[in-house]
Design a protein around this ligand. Structure first.
Ligand SMILES: Nc1ncnc2c1ncn2[C@@H]1O[C@H](COP(=O)(O)OP(=O)(O)OP(=O)(O)O)[C@@H](O)[C@H]1O
Ligand SMILES: [Mg+2]
Length: 478
C-alpha cells in the first residue's frame, strides 16, 4: 500500500507543501494575504495622525517637510513599495526615486511601525506628508523619531548635490515660486583667473563665515555675509558666484528682479529660501536705475539687511554690478555689503594665466608684444581673450596672434574715441567755452595719442614680420 510505505509518505508530506509554497510565493497571493492580515490587525489599533504641510499660511516653506521628504526618499521602503516614480538624476546613470501622490511609505523605528502618506490636496495643489502612528507608541516614539529624521537629514545634506533655484512668475496653482535644477557648473575658485592673494582672502573669509554661527548669535546679528562683485562685462562675476557656491556646497537662489511684482513679493520669495544658500541678485544697478523691476530701493535694502529672512541662518548674498559709481551709497554701506570685489579687464598677468590654462603655454615669443599692448592701455575682458584662445587652441601661435590683433582693434577704437572727444574739446576751445584745465588735458592727450599711434604702427610691423617669418618657416618645412 502507498500509505504504508513510510519513505513515500515522508516524501509526500515534504514535497507537496514545498511545491504549494513555491507556487504561492511566485504569485501575488501571499503578498495579498499578508496585506489583508496587516489591514485587519491595524483595525484593532487606534492611530494618531500628524500632518506636515509644505508651506505655512504665509507660503513660507516648512523646513520639517523638506527634512521628512528627504528622509523618506532615502528609505529602502520607497524602493520596495508597490508604486513609485523614477526620475533620472544629475549624474549619468543616476536614477532617483520620487514619491507618488498618495503613496504610503512604511517605516520601522524602535520596534514601532509608522506610516507616511504623501498627500496632495487636489483643490489647492499644496502638498503635505501625513504621519500615522499607533497611539500606544506615540509617547515612546514620536520625539526620538523626529530627532532621528533630523540627524539622517543632516547627514544626507552633507552629501547632497547643489541645486540652482530660479524664481518664476506667480502661479498660485503650483507649489512655491522657486523651480530648481541640479547645479552642475564646472567652475571652481581655482579655475577663475584673478589675483591669487585676493582669491585666498575670499576663501579664508568664506571658511571663517562657515564657522561663525556662535559669533554672529552672540552679537545678535543675522548670520549672513554679503559680497558685491563689480566690473565690466565678461570679467568672471557670474563664474565666480558658481565657484563660491561649489566652495560652500550651498544651493543657489538666483533672484530675477524683473519677475517680482513688488516689495512684499520679494519678501515672500525670500521666506521660501532655505539656510545654507547663496542668494544672488545680478546687475543690481541696472534694476535700480532702470524701470525693469517693481521692487523699490527700500525693499532691496530690507532684503540686504536680512531682517525679512525667517531664520536669518547661514546665507551668503551676492550682488553684481558693472560699475558702482551711480549706485545709491546706502546700498554699499558697510554691513549691507561686507566685501567689495573688483573684477577688472585683463592685464598682462591675467592674460598669462589664461594662456596657461587655455593653451598650456607658460612662455612664448609673442608674449613681449602682448605685454607692450597691455602697457599701451589696450585691454580686453577675460571672456573675450578666453574665447579667442578656445577657438584657436590647436595652434598657440595663431591664438596669440588673434589676441594681439583684437588688442590692436581695441586700442584703435579707444584712439578713435579719444580723437573724437579731443575734436569736441578743441571745437569747444575755439568757441571759447573751455577753461584752462581742458587745454592742459588736451595737450597731454595729444602726446598720449602720438605715443600710442607710434606704438601701434610698430607692433603691426612686428606682427607682420613675424607672420612673414612663420610663413617662411612653413614654406621651408613643406
Ligand atoms: N576671470 C576669469 N577667469 C576665467 N574665466 C573667465 C573669467 N572671466 C570670464 N571668464 C569666462 O568668460 C565667460 C563669461 O564670464 P562671466 O559670465 O562670468 O562674466 P560676467 O562678469 O558675469 O559678465 P556679465 O557682466 O556680462 O554678466 C565665462 O565662460 C568664463 O568662463
Ligand atoms: Mg554675469
Amino acid at each position: 500500500m502507498f500509505f504504508l510505505n513510510p519513505i513515500l509518505f515522508l516524501l509526500l508530506i515534504i514535497v507537496v507543501p514545498f511545491l504549494i509554497f513555491r507556487f504561492l510565493s511566485r504569485t501575488s497571493i501571499l503578498h495579498i494575504a499578508n496585506n489583508w492580515w496587516r489591514t485587519l490587525a491595524d483595525k484593532f489599533y487606534v492611530y494618531q495622525l500628524y500632518r506636515v504641510p509644505q508651506f505655512n499660511d504665509h507660503m513660507q516653506e516648512n523646513q520639517l517637510y523638506r527634512k521628512v521628504h528627504t528622509y523618506l526618499s532615502s528609505l529602502p521602503a520607497v524602493e520596495d513599495s508597490d508604486f513609485t516614480n523614477l526620475f533620472s538624476g544629475a549624474k549619468p546613470n543616476e536614477i532617483n526615486l520620487v514619491l507618488d501622490p498618495n503613496q504610503i511609505v512604511l517605516d520601522n523605528f524602535l520596534g514601532a511601525r509608522l506610516f507616511w502618506i504623501n498627500q496632495k490636496c487636489d483643490g489647492s495643489g499644496l502638498k503635505s506628508l501625513v504621519l500615522k502612528i499607533r497611539k500606544s507608541d506615540k509617547r515612546r516614539i514620536l520625539r526620538p523619531y523626529l530627532q532621528h529624521i533630523h540627524s539622517v537629514f543632516e547627514e544626507l545634506e552633507q552629501r547632497k548635490d547643489v541645486k540652482l533655484y530660479i524664481n518664476v512668475e506667480d502661479e498660485p496653482q503650483r507649489n512655491g515660486r522657486w523651480r530648481s535644477v541640479p547645479f552642475t557648473h564646472p567652475a571652481t575658485i581655482d579655475s577663475v583667473v584673478m589675483d591669487s592673494d585676493l582669491k585666498n582672502k575670499v576663501k579664508s573669509d568664506l571658511e571663517s563665515f562657515l564657522k561663525s554661527k556662535q559669533y554672529y548669535n552672540r552679537l545678535g546679528r543675522v548670520w549672513k555675509r554679503s559680497y558685491l562683485l563689480y566690473g565690466p562685462s565678461g570679467t568672471g562675476k557670474s563664474t565666480f558666484i558658481a565657484a563660491m557656491a561649489k566652495f560652500l556646497s550651498y544651493d543657489v537662489y538666483d533672484v530675477d528682479l524683473s519677475k517680482i511684482s513688488g516689495d512684499s513679493d520679494l519678501r515672500s520669495l525670500l521666506l521660501q529660501t532655505t539656510s545654507k544658500s547663496l542668494i544672488v541678485m545680478e546687475d543690481l544697478e541696472r534694476h535700480l536705475t532702470g524701470k525693469s523691476t517693481a521692487v523699490s530701493l527700500s525693499g532691496i535694502l530690507n532684503f540686504m539687511d536680512g531682517i525679512v529672512s525667517c531664520c536669518g541662518e547661514e546665507r551668503v548674498m551676492v550682488f553684481t554690478m558693472n560699475g558702482k559709481d551711480h549706485v545709491d551709497p546706502a546700498i554699499l554701506r558697510p554691513g549691507r555689503i561686507d566685501i567689495h570685489l573688483e573684477f577688472p579687464l585683463c592685464d598682462f598677468n591675467a592674460f598669462k594665466s589664461l594662456a596657461n590654462s587655455h593653451l598650456g603655454v607658460k612662455e612664448h615669443k609673442l608674449f613681449p608684444q602682448v605685454e607692450e599692448m597691455f602697457q599701451s592701455g589696450a585691454s580686453l575682458s577675460p571672456a573675450e581673450i578666453g574665447e579667442l584662445m578656445i577657438a584657436n587652441r590647436a595652434s598657440p601661435s595663431r591664438a596669440l596672434k588673434s589676441v594681439i590683433s583684437a588688442l590692436q582693434n581695441n586700442a584703435d577704437a579707444k584712439l578713435g574715441a579719444r580723437m573724437s572727444r579731443n575734436g569736441s574739446v578743441r571745437s569747444a576751445e575755439e568757441s571759447g567755452d573751455s577753461g584752462i584745465l581742458c587745454k592742459d588735458a588736451g595737450v597731454s592727450t595729444v602726446k598720449e595719442f602720438r605715443k600710442l599711434y607710434g606704438f601701434l604702427r610698430r607692433s603691426r610691423r612686428e606682427s607682420a614680420d613675424l607672420d612673414d617669418k612663420e610663413r617662411e618657416i612653413g614654406r621651408q618645412e613643406s
